[in-house]
Design a protein around this ligand. Structure first.
Ligand code: SF4
Length: 394
């Protein structure tokens, strides 16, 4: 049996936030029951065709907490019926503060979730309005109280910096309020302008002025300083955790381990093949009903492409690429396979090779981004997608 992560994509939200390009449709007027039934059917078919046992489950979206209780119950019960849960170490549910009340939080706990990730984004009303969020700062506090009352083991808040009009003082105030709520984990993302979103349209038409690049870099550095001073470990470019509270599900993505995705638009990575379900709820239901398979895209990765992805994802983690582990998993020495990129970015001060304690406590070498490199991570990582030609015999 393959032990891997299981991702379940609930494709509904109450409204569309201005910056978001995740696949989701408004809940109102949709045949929710039909989509959930198709998702349960997909889970059943997947469980029969592949021998897998999830060690982490992520119920994401979209907004899982907009589902009516009966649908949520039906979906989570079926997932646990079709996939063995003996190996389960973490079960996260993403929640919108606007629909996480005490009874919903209790239900999620009863259905097995032990970690909740709340889309707070900001504690400043002005920022929330720019992002077109449907909640206020007080709503976040209520949602956190509901989650704590229900007994979730771990609580994450998603936050965004680099919002048009946001100040460094405003961002630091948001961080302080997130810490005051006793968060175990914080995901702090720089705002991005995705094609086709309403925010990108407002930027292009001059209605919003993007945050100054230097100010955004200052916010990123201030985040590292504030959260590490508060006892958090900065373990991935955008992610911070109290000791023992890292997100295991996302760690498995960054380690480039296999995972299975269920639901419209959900991606899977199994046996070196990346697939993606159709991002259309009606077509998804039709395909599952008629063929039992809603896959729209398929890409089989060769050994070198897999090594490139493993390196790129490894650089997202602040500890960097574990040279020994990388060699064991891909058959290549990353210092040789990416020698051109490593030399280039080392000379610019964006990358470094260091020796630190590895998984078993033995010293191991890591290739990692420097603090300066973290600010330019996308530029560096892009050069790791295409490895140098491996030396003859290697
Ligand atoms: S609630 Fe989340 S998934 Fe839904 S539109 Fe907003 S950001 Fe996107």
């Amino acid at each position: 049996m393959d032990i891997l992560g299981l991702y379940v994509h609930v494709p509904f939200c109450t409204t569309k936030c201005g910056y978001c390009d995740f696949y989701s449709v408004p809940l109102r007027g949709r045949a929710v029951g039909q989509v959930v039934r198709a998702m349960i059917r997909e889970a059943e078919i997947r469980a029969l065709s592949v021998d897998i046992g999830p060690d982490t489950v992520m119920l994401g979206g979209g907004t899982p907490t907009v589902l009516p209780d009966s649908e949520l119950q039906g979906l989570l019960t079926a997932i646990q019926r079709h996939f063995p849960t003996d190996c389960l170490r973490e079960f996260t549910v993403e929640a919108n503060p606007a629909n996480l009340d005490a009874s919903r939080a209790r239900l999620l706990r009863e259905l097995g979730a032990d970690r909740v990730s709340i889309g707070a984004q900001s504690f400043q009303p002005r920022d929330l309005a720019v992002l077109e969020r449907d909640h206020e700062p007080a709503t976040i506090q209520k949602a956190v109280r509901a989650a704590r009352g229900a007994g979730f083991r771990s609580l994450n808040l998603d936050l965004i910096f680099g919002i048009p009009g946001q100040t460094l003082a405003g961002w630091l105030d948001t961080l302080r309020r997130a810490l005051d709520l006793g968060s175990d984990h914080l995901s702090c993302y720089g705002l991005t302008y995705e094609p086709g979103t309403s925010l990108t349209g407002r930027r292009d038409s001059g209605h919003v002025q993007p945050c100054d690049e230097q100010l955004e870099a200052d916010m990123f550095c201030a985040t590292i300083d504030a959260l590490t001073a508060a006892g958090f470990e900065h373990y991935e470019i955008s992610n911070y955790a109290r000791p023992g509270q890292r997100c295991l599900h996302n760690l498995s993505y960054w380690h480039n381990r296999p995972y299975v995705g269920i639901g419209p638009s959900a991606a899977s990575y199994l046996h070196g093949e990346r697939t993606r379900n159709v991002p259309d709820v009606d077509r998804y239901v039709e395909l599952i009903d008629h063929t039992g398979d809603a896959t729209e895209e398929r890409e089989q990765l060769d050994t070198l492409a897999r090594a490139g992805e493993t390196a790129m994802l490894g650089l997202r983690m602040t500890r960097g690429i574990d040279v020994v582990d990388f060699q064991r998993r891909t058959g290549f020495d990353p210092r040789v396979l990416f020698r051109t990129a490593i030399r280039h970015f080392q000379s610019l001060g964006l990358l470094e090779c260091v020796v630190a304690a590895g998984n078993a406590g033995c010293p191991t070498e890591y290739v990692r981004l420097t603090r300066e490199g973290l600010l330019k991570a996308n530029t560096v990582m892009a050069q790791f997608v295409n490895p140098d030609p491996p030396p003859a015999g290697g």
